[in-house]
Every structure is written in C-alpha cells, then in structure tokens.
Design a protein around this ligand. Structure first.
Ligand code: SAH
Length: 242
C-alpha cells in the first residue's frame, strides 16, 4: 500500500531532549522523513528509524539560511513520495516558528497536516528560577519579537513597558542595543531584566541587571543567540528572601 501523504508539525522543546512530548516521540518513531531546524536538539533524531531521511532546513542568524519556499517544496515532494513527514521545530512551532504557514501550505496542496505542541523556550527560563507571573509582582506576560520582518522594532514593546506585566522578547539579541535604547527612552532604563541563553541546557547562562546595563553584561558574559530578553520585576525575585 502506498503511504498516504501527511505533515505533522512538532515542537521539539527548548533544547533539553527530555523536554519533548511522548506524543511527539511516538510520531518520530514511525516517520519516513524529518525536516529539522537549527535549534532542535540532534539527539531527538535518534528516535526515528535509521533508514528515515533526516534533512536539516535550519536558519542561523548571520549564517546559512534555508528559504521558506524551499522548505515548502521539500514538504510537498517528500509527503507525496514518502508519506509521513515530520517538521521538527525548536520550542513550540506556533511561537515565532512559522508553523501555521507550513500547515496552510500543506493543506493548500492537499496534504493533511496537524500540530503537536512543544515547550516554548520562554517556559524554560523557569529552570533558571525565573517565573513569568507572580502574585503581587507581575499580572501577565507579553511575548514580543525583537526582529520584525521589516527590521523595525515592534511598537508593542513600548506598550508592554507601561504595564504591570513581564515582557519576553524572542529573537532580540541582534537588536539588543536598539531595544535597550527604546526602553531607556521610555524611562524604563532602571527596570530589572535578564538574558537567558540556551535555556534548559546544561551550559545555559542567565544574567540579571537593569535594562540600561544589559548590553555591557551581554558582552562581559558572552551571552549571544539563542537568548531571551526577559523584562520585569520577576527577574529579581529572590527565592531566599521568603
Ligand atoms: N519556536 C521557538 C522560537 C523560535 S524564534 C520557541 O518556541 O522557543 C528563535 C528565538 O527563540 C531565539 O532568537 C531565542 O530568542 C529563542 N530561543 C529558542 N531557544 C532558546 C533557548 N534554549 N534559550 C533561550 N532562547 C531561546
């Protein structure tokens, strides 16, 4: 029997290979093709059968780049030739992961497509003792990109800074100085903040300080991509003070 084409978009979690769902592993075990991204832990590929195809389609900031159209074409070609295709993405595919674009493309091409959530990197900052909400300290969370398609900064960063919430910025390291200056010009230079690189991994780095000092701290501590910028009082909660 010919394998039916299907696309499953799977969240691989933030980096620690144990932070993937059981549902995802069960699908990886029976897939014929895996198209995986840059931030996916390579250990996860071991769950797939040896004879399955594992194709890297990642995008690395500043370096190599697989155009989205090329990924779409691969999805189509592999689904019709091989059947089940897994698209394995870092964190959660629907949080700055272009997961829905691929689902739409697949369905437009008559390929059934579904989504399995992953733990987005923002949740892994808890492993560095940073909670995103805390009663009396933060009333919510804004999740904003630090790199818009047109290169400008999201206006929502200013709005978030006016609120009593935590602000998490993804893909912000390239624009760190612009982001810091934006915060300073909103009068928020003294707000507590943190940078978390490689959240969930053994070599993860967390640095904390005031927003105005983040750039210097990043240079001093060699914190670069992939990292999250977390802004708000939750970053200076001292667990020993309770
Ligand atoms: N879909 C992913 C995000 C992709 S955008 C998710 O849900 O996590 C890529 C950005 O994610 C990076 O620029 C960085 O800001 C963040 N990121 C991904 N993995 C990370 C990790 N382990 N630690 C810190 N930031 C991470």
């Amino acid at each position: 029997m010919k394998n039916q084409p299907e696309l499953v978009i799977i969240g691989a979690g933030p980096g620690d290979p144990e932070l993937i769902t059981l549902k995802a592993i069960n699908i990886l075990k029976k897939t014929n093709v895996i198209l995986y991204d840059n931030l996916v832990n390579r250990d996860l590929l071991e769950y797939a059968a040896e004879e399955s195809e594992k194709i890297y389609v990642g995008k690395t900031p500043y370096l190599d780049y697989t155009p989205q159209e090329h990924i779409h074409e691969l999805i189509k070609e592999k689904a019709f030739n091989k059947g089940l295709v897994v698209r394995l993405k870092g964190g959660d595919p629907f949080v700055f992961g272009r997961g829905m674009e691929e689902i739409i493309f697949a369905r437009q091409n008559n390929i059934p497509a579904r989504y399995i959530p992953g733990i987005t990197s923002m949740l892994a900052v808890g492993m560095s003792d940073i909670t995103l909400t805390h009663r009396g300290i933060s009333e919510g969370v804004w999740i904003i990109t630090g790199t818009k398609k047109d290169g400008t900064l999201s206006r929502d960063i200013q709005l978030a800074l006016q609120s009593n919430t935590t602000l998490v910025i993804y893909m912000g390291m390239k624009n760190l100085s612009v982001i810091v200056n934006e915060c300073i010009s909103c009068g928020k230079g003294h707000t507590p903040a943190a940078l978390i690189q490689h959240a969930s991994l053994p070599y993860s780095k967390t640095i904390k300080g005031q927003i105005k000092d983040l750039e210097d701290l990043a240079i001093e501590n060699e914190v670069t991509h992939p990292a999250l910028i977390v802004i708000g009082k939750v970053t200076q909660l001292d667990t020993h003070a309770f």
